[in-house]
Design a protein around this ligand. Structure first.
Ligand code: SAH
Length: 399
């Protein structure tokens, strides 16, 4: 390892770092220019030179690095990463012993002590996601630490650190062990999902919605018609169908969604021909549904935080109110809207304001039935609630 670099924290920021705030910002540092390379280990000190914490430099949209240790003598090496991974595994013990769920998050970035890195488990396979070049530079030690800590069938990776945090498919996602079938089948609360570990940025399932899928299946689906917008591989639709919905309609712009969604139904022994899977812009579909006077018992809204298509850009922070208004109009009175967002730009309070505004503008009435944020395996630091990006609200349309 190269030499560690001392960085002087401006006085107004020392308290946050001492209190456990893990994300290092450039503006909090007096001599940032001393850091030359991502992956450098840096020691934050106050203006008197007193040690605050050890971190590494890695550029993500969120910041310039992540805290690693408050021990000045800590070596950032395989042993250090092994300790972090072992304690993360201990925290997920119950998941490993639950036979009905074989896909979950094993390591959740700063929540488990290393920002910029996540590790997911898919039935014996491990998937590492690197969110900066800085953390990627520790790849060999982290990989060794993981191999020291778990039994695995195979290990995969996703690199997501071009300037916009996008997926870099510049090399094989497969790292070592056995190659996974395409797809492998995992279970989540008894639901089967087909997972592709080496097929682009996404694997087919967003693990953070596990509790929401279960809730839809167990409490809201029976005898109901479901519209699932921004449906991707149709995971919410599958959960609803297994919960006894009369029919599901899945809408997504991406062509791949048709094949992928049919497959998710089929691996659960549901005839996908009895479900509607529509490849279309959701906003066009809303127009169509309104014209045809279609009404659904339950509408799921789970848009990306930001998307640009040929015709429009959608930004959750700007456009969610309008999205809700579209959804309200095609939800039966007494029906449910499951409004979800993974946008880190606003919190649950603001999201609740969006909901209030949408209903008010339509002169409607609603009741909040339940709320979800990240599940337990997506561990979040108390001192870094921004890390709890997921917000899901079950809203009953009263009027
Ligand atoms: N709800 C999904 C995840 C959604 S990911 C799940 O539970 O797994 C976001 C999806 O929105 C992507 O599949 C993308 O293709 C789709 N998408 C983005 N903009 C869209 C639009 N205007 N209309 C329809 N789908 C859109």
């Amino acid at each position: 390892m190269t030499q560690e670099i001392d960085l002087i924290v401006k006085s107004e920021f020392t308290r946050d770092y001492r209190d456990g705030y893990p994300l290092i910002s450039k503006e909090s540092i007096l001599n940032w220019d001393d850091v030359k390379e991502e992956g450098s280990v840096i020691n934050l000190v106050d203006e008197k030179g007193k040690f605050i914490l050890k971190a590494y430099h890695g550029v993500q949209n969120k910041g310039y690095g992540w805290a690693l240790s408050t021990n000045i003598d800590e070596k950032i090496d395989t042993l250090f990463f092994t300790k972090k991974i072992k304690s993360a595994l201990e925290y997920r013990k119950d998941y490993y012993s639950d036979e009905s769920t074989t896909a979950f998050r094993v390591f959740n970035g700063e929540g488990d002590g290393i920002g910029g890195l996540t590790i997911d488990y898919f039935d014996g396979f491990y998937l590492l996601t690197w969110y900066s070049l800085g953390i990627y530079k520790f790849k060999s030690s982290i990989l060794e630490a993981l191999k020291n800590s778990v039994e695995y069938k195979g290990i995969y990776q996703k690199k997501r650190f071009d300037s916009k945090g996008k997926y870099l498919g510049d090399e094989n996602d497969f790292i070592c062990g056995d190659e996974a079938q395409a797809p492998i089948l995992v279970k989540e609360n008894g639901i089967n999902f087909a997972i592709y570990l080496d097929d682009g940025a996404m694997v087919g399932l967003f693990l953070d919605q596990r509790d929401v899928r279960k809730t839809i299946r167990d409490k809201y689906a029976k005898g109901k018609s479901i519209l699932n917008t921004f449906s991707y591989t149709g995971a919410f639709s599958v959960a609803a169908a297994l919960g006894g919905s009369t029919k599901t309609t899945s809408v997504d712009l991406a062509k791949r969604s048709l094949k992928k969604t049919s497959q998710q139904f089929e691996v659960n022994n549901i005839d996908s021909n009895c479900q509607d899977i529509i490849v279309e812009d959701v906003f066009n579909y809303f127009k169509y549904a309104l014209k045809k006077k279609l009404l659904f018992d339950l509408v799921v809204l789970d848009p990306p935080s930001f998307a640009r298509s040929k015709k429009r850009t959608f930004s959750a922070s700007k456009d969610y109110v309008n999205l809700l208004k579209e959804a309200i109009q095609i939800t039966k009175k007494g029906g449910i809207i499951v409004a979800s967002t993974n946008s880190a730009n606003f919190n649950m309070m603001t999201f609740s304001d969006f909901i209030a505004k949408a209903f008010k503008e339509l002169n409607g009435k609603y009741e909040i039935k339940e709320r979800f944020s990240l599940p337990k395996d997506f561990r979040v630091l108390k001192k870094f609630q921004e890390g709890n990006y997921l917000k899901v609200v079950f809203i009953k349309r009263v009027k």
